[in-house]
Design a protein around this ligand. Structure first.
Ligand code: FES
Length: 146
């Protein structure tokens, strides 16, 4: 099982914006994702089952969307065209295992899932709507085969 870390992309983003000294912290203490500044280094383990059946695990900082984590870890089939704006369904996943019940889907998420390339099921979610939280440590997501 491969393991990687989302902070790699965050480091690239932060070097474009300002130096480490200007931010007053280390790269890992304050990773950037887009315009968001995260102030925690705590992570959870998330595993994706890819289209070809491989398991890929990553340590995802709390608060990061699992769509962005998938892209940062080169999970094939997760595109995130709309950047998490609930307007594309290219971040569709099936929740294979969750330690706790995920939050209820909003109506707009249910509607957008109808536009996903692969048929949605009861376990379908748009991964841009799932944020890494302590309770989700060990989450397993399956990328639809289509
Ligand atoms: Fe577009 Fe999730 S990234 S709906």
């Amino acid at each position: 099982m491969a393991t990687s870390h989302i902070a790699g992309r965050s480091q690239l983003n932060s070097t474009k914006n300002e130096s480490q000294a200007e931010r007053g912290g280390s790269e890992y203490a304050r990773p950037f994702v887009g315009d968001d500044v995260m102030t925690t280094t705590e992570t959870i383990k998330v595993t994706w089952i890819t289209k070809d059946g491989a398991n890929v695990s990553a340590h995802v900082p709390l608060g990061h969307s699992l769509m962005e984590a998938a892209i940062a870890n080169d999970i094939s089939g997760i595109i995130g065209d709309c950047g998490g704006a609930l307007a594309c369904a290219t971040c569709h996943v099936h929740v294979e295992y969750s330690p706790v019940d995920l939050s209820e889907k909003k109506n707009i998420e249910i509607e957008m899932l109808e536009f996903a390339d692969a048929p949605p099921s009861g376990s379908s979610r748009l991964s841009c709507q799932i944020k890494a939280a302590r309770e989700l440590d060990g989450l397993v997501l399956r990328v639809p085969a289509q």
